[in-house]
Ligand binder design. Structure first.
Ligand code: UDP
Length: 330
């Protein structure tokens, strides 16, 4: 199949490209190389198995040209990372709203099945014990930039599913829960690669807030094949589907685990949210998925434990010469 991956030079996108290439698909990437990088796609670009088109999803004509003639589109291009959203709220909102609309319009115009990457962030502060896809959203004030990401992604899902159903185009939206793995950078806020880089550098491990907030981390190696399988599954079309892991851990617990795993001498340091992200920042206390819909639709199971994930991120970090580059905002 001829497949377009928007955001294919990003962390999840590049793993998706490698997976599709291994299945002998013809893959084109559309990426503006903002948070993504050519280095993420090095193996595919060197082997000539992926074609990279450098450009923005805000460029409607370019998006249309890239989508035309494809058999499937995976839309991952977005402004991502809490740091990015807080630092550039308006640009992030525009990319995530108008960029997605461009991709959706191109896909339905050409009748190309498409998957839209959404996020567990859409549930906001709902800390239920296992968030199902029909769970209520509990969002903070629209004037707090943190929630603009959840607002935009929620609207993306609506636009995608409304246009897909109006036109009879197959569509799935993926709600990803803290997906992590090799090649994810901590530059844009993501906690696990940040803690690993800090631990390996023997620098303070920065726990924001009191560290009692809890997350479930999912392996990119579990999530990527599921994204592909869901788009191939007619029963999944028209659905939003949670994907991620099952093991819940507090952020302080994660810091301790990574410190132990790496044998680091780092201190674990508590940083108030307003120092980390500016005043008025709100975090969510807990975010845990119910993964039964993905299991029902495609037999989704979690194969990689949190220990497996931490090991893979640590091994990947050893390959990076300048670990500071994993933390600094460019
Ligand atoms: N976090 C932290 N230290 C960091 C970066 C993040 O303690 O250096 C916290 C953050 O406040 C949140 C959790 O780790 O409670 C997960 O953050 P991330 O940005 O990775 O994902 P999300 O907040 O979207 O779940």
């Amino acid at each position: 199949m001829r497949i377009l991956v928007t955001g294919g030079a990003g962390f999840i996108g590049s793993h998706l490209c490698e997976f599709l290439v291994a299945q002998h698909h013809d893959v084109t990437v559309l990426d503006e190389l903002s948070t993504g990088s050519v280095a993420n796609l090095a193996s595919c670009l060197d082997a000539g198995t992926v074609r990279l088109v450098e450009g923005s999803i805000l460029d409607r004509d370019l998006v249309n040209e890239c989508v035309r003639g494809k058999d499937a589109v995976f839309h991952l291009a977005a402004a991502v990372g809490v740091r990015t959203i807080v630092d550039s709220p308006l640009h992030s909102l525009r990319v995530n709203l108008y960029g997605t609309e461009n991709v959706v319009e191109a896909a339905v115009t050409h009748g190309v099945p498409f998957g839209v990457t959404s996020t567990s962030e859409v549930y906001g502060k709902n800390d239920a014990d296992g968030l199902r896809e029909d769970a209520d959203r509990i969002l903070g004030s629209p004037l707090l930039s943190r929630w603009s990401y959840a607002a935009a992604k929620g609207l993306d899902e609506l636009v995608a599913h409304i246009r897909a159903s109006e036109t009879g185009t197959p569509c799935v939206s993926y709600r990803l829960f803290n997906v992590v793995g090799p090649r994810q950078t901590g530059r844009y806020g993501m906690v696990l690669p940040r803690f690993v880089a800090q631990a390996l550098n023997h620098e303070p491990i920065t726990v924001y807030g009191d560290g009692t907030q809890r997350r479930c981390f999912g392996s990119v190696y579990d999530v990527v094949p599921a994204m592909v399988e869901l788009l191939r599954t007619p029963a999944a079309h028209g659905r939003a589907v949670n994907l991620g892991g099952r093991e819940e851990i507090s952020i302080r617990g994660l810091a301790e685990k990574i410190k132990d795993f790496t044998g680091s001498t780092s201190d674990i340091q508590t940083v108030p949210y307003d120092v980390a992200y500016g005043s008025g920042f709100e975090d969510m206390a807990r975010r845990m998925p119910d993964l039964s819909l993905a299991h029902e639709l495609i037999g989704y199971t979690v194969r990689y434990s949190l220990d497996d994930i931490v090991r893979s991120v640590v091994e990947d970090s050893y390959r990076v010469d300048d670990r500071d580059s994993l933390l600094a905002t460019p």
